[in-house]
Design a protein around this ligand. Structure first.
Ligand SMILES: [Zn+2]
Length: 339
């Protein structure tokens, strides 16, 4: 969509492309409303999660290497987005996680997509206000407004939280996988997440449930390809290390997705409708590039924190996931204290 084609000037358009995505901290991160006369703070990681897994004083490592408590991971939000739209989602997702993987898998796919998508986007938005070097304001912020603006389609899709964007009933923006996980006894060991900053991907493990989401492939990973490692993971109660490997595998597949989905948008009275054209388009080429073991090994090393040479010898890769024919589980021992 070209920038001189101003959707905002069209009557009936409830979302103004290029305008409603806030790139500063004085507007609501979701709807773009001006917050100079009152703001609320939306927790990037919801409060129920921080309580349940004892994360209030835990810290996460940001892109500039500094540590920030989860409790301070908050982003500006207007009262209606925070207390109506997003709190409705948190209520549903928090209840489902309390019940376990079956309840999470039974959630409405859009609810789960919006929940994962908000955390992913919120992490980036929070870093907009943080300096790369805290002693040098001239060096700029960790996250640049330009980079965040490149996630404008993701931002548009998140408007579904407010009901002002809808996609076709038989289409969905994401591939979402729900897994059963083992639960270490210590609360802090029962939570983990994986994100990659330049691809719309997010994975979280909380209690007995893990969710892995490719946020903008319009179902390609779930429907257009079979990945033996992901199939194997569905059969397991994932150990924390197996969760990391599963996340690494899905994250790597995200980088192989080679289509840019095309959308038609139409203005209805109270929402923008999105119709996504067939992902493969007119090309017979597979929608995922060929799997390259050496590239995957690098992603696996990055996500698991294990040295590359421990994982890959140039021919074979270490896996903790059975593929159904070969038992790889003996390669590395799984111990609870490895968490
Ligand atoms: Zn808002």
């Amino acid at each position: 969509m070209s920038s001189d084609y101003d959707l905002g000037s069209m009557p009936g358009f409830i979302y103004q492309w290029g305008h409603d995505q806030a790139l500063t901290h004085d507007r609501c991160f979701l709807c773009g409303a001006d917050l100079t006369r009152g703001r609320t703070d939306e927790h990037v990681f919801p409060q129920w999660l921080l309580r349940r897994f004892d994360l209030w004083n835990e810290k996460i490592t940001l892109l500039n290497g500094t540590l920030m408590p989860y409790a301070q991971m908050r982003i500006p939000c207007c009262s209606s987005c925070n207390n109506e739209h997003l709190s409705r989602i948190e209520q549903a997702v928090g209840d489902a996680f309390a019940e376990g993987p079956d309840a999470v898998a039974a959630l409405d796919a859009t609810t789960l997509f919006l929940w994962m998508g908000k955390i992913y986007y919120g992490l980036m938005f929070r870093e907009l206000s943080l300096l790369v070097d805290r002693r040098d304001a001239q060096a700029g912020t960790i996250m640049t407004p330009e980079f965040l603006a490149s996630f404008k389609t993701h931002h548009l899709l998140m408007q579904a939280a407010r009901g002002v964007v809808r996609w076709q009933p038989d289409q969905h923006p994401a591939s979402i996988f729900v897994f059963r996980t083992q639960e270490p006894t210590h609360p802090r060991g029962r939570f983990d997440y994986v994100d990659i900053i330049n691809f719309p991907f997010f994975a979280v493990r909380a209690g007995a449930t893990a969710v892995v989401a490719v946020l903008q492939d319009w179902g390609a990973l779930a429907e257009a390809v079979t990945v033996p490692g992901l199939e194997a993971a569905k059969q397991l109660d994932l150990h924390p290390q197996q969760f990391r490997e599963t996340a690494a595998l899905a994250a790597y597949m995200t980088t192989l997705f080679n289509r840019v989905p095309k959308h038609l948008m139409h203005a209805a009275e109270d929402h923008v409708g999105i119709l996504t054209l067939p992902i493969a388009g007119l090309s017979a080429k597979p929608v995922f590039d060929p799997f390259d073991l050496s590239h995957y090994a690098q992603v696996l090393s990055f996500v698991t924190g294990r040295p590359l040479e421990e994982l890959y010898d140039g021919r074979n890769i270490v896996t903790l996931l059975r593929d159904g024919t070969t038992d790889f589980c003996g390669v590395m021992s799984l111990r609870d204290d490895d968490v």
